[in-house]
Design a protein around this ligand. Sequence first.
Ligand code: PLP
Length: 361
Amino acid sequence: TTTTRAYNFNAGPSALPLEVLEKAQAELVNFQGTGMSVMELSHRSATFEEVHNTAIANLRKLFAVPDNYEVLFLQGGASLQFTMIPMNFLKEGQTANYVLTGSWSEKAFKEAKLFGEAVAPISTKDNKYKNIPTDVEVAATDAYVHITSNNTIYGTQWKQFPNTGNTPLIADMSSDIMSKPVDIEKFGLIYAGAQKNLGPSGVTVVIVRKDLLENANGNLPTILNYKTFADNNSLYNTPPTFGIYMLGEVLKWIEAQGGLAQVEKNNEAKAALIYDTIDNSNGFYYGHAEKDSRSLMNITFRVADEELEKKFLQEAKEAGFVGLNGHRSVGGCRASTYNAVPVEACQALADFMKQFQANNQ
Ligand code: PLP
């Protein structure tokens, strides 16, 4: 293809696979001979239902979701999940246990406190969120334990998920869902906004163990009750149809890559190109995260000399690299290397970093 594509390292919304965008473009005005865009179809039509059900089935297959879990498509982003989780699962007399590993887990914790008793016995804040804890503390009163599997802002990622026994483990996987195979059975609920690894913003994926829904709080607003979505195949009201279509196409693309085992290998190789550049720079660049907690999705780093860091970001921008500024709350640099970021973009960034160092040392 001759399309000009940016080196897109945005943290979210993020790069989408070129093949998916081109397919969507080709069928935009006449989807499968309907004479309509997929956006113009009734969500109750057989054509759309097929798109919807295929997306759910492919997500189940590729992510190996067991039969005793529901796969739901919601709206409201991961941020609404911060609210829905305590609303549905935190009961009087119970505690909600939040492991704090960054700004997003802090936000989830804040919402839980609005509904009941939420506690945070483990936090890596004193270490500037540079690491992932080695263990969690589970109390008998805990309704669930909540973790953020990948910390988008600080660039850390759980490598091994904690064992919480019979207490459901809930994970915000917004920034690393389907970047690698995961043992779903370790979790009571997994949620993610689609806009990093799975598609455009507007769809939120929730994977939840069915028995948790049976024991959830009742008497909730209909649209904030997981059961509403589970009982209606996520078609209770009008879903984000175009987003679901795009998510379905991204899933087909993941399958064409060779599935999640291959996607994980690609992501490891991509991240290594940039981490190796940082580690071999003799301190010209340094990483934010401790090495054993490093994220394969969000690579956070600094240029040791503050003035040179500004120059680096400016020159990178001029060279066509997009989204390398760190989150506004922490500064520095961040390269987000989600599934759809091609290895060529990571190689180009590694080369650029080496050349910048050679020019400025
Ligand atoms: N959780 C994590 C880990 C994120 O990275 C983000 C967004 O960047 C969110 C939650 C918030 O997601 P949303 O914008 O879909 O509400």
